[in-house]
Ligand binder design. Structure first.
Ligand SMILES: [Zn+2]
Ligand SMILES: [Zn+2]
Length: 55
């Protein structure tokens, strides 16, 4: 990984095997990340590009 990615929900830098990143399921223009904590809690994320909300 060249650039540092951050959790889209809480903003902490992503590291560790529990964190994931994925493209926005709606626009696919943005790569968003989630840390292990937010995965466990099913925290919401919002795409900055198209406004898509998920988990
Ligand atoms: Zn998080
Ligand atoms: Zn999007």
């Amino acid at each position: 990984m060249s650039s540092e990615s951050r959790c889209s929900s809480c903003g902490i830098p992503l590291k560790g095997e529990k964190s994931v990143d994925f493209k926005c399921p709606s626009c696919a223009n943005v790569v968003m990340g989630r840390c292990g904590n937010c995965r466990d809690q099913s925290a919401k994320y919002i795409c900055p590009e198209c406004g898509f909300q998920g988990p």
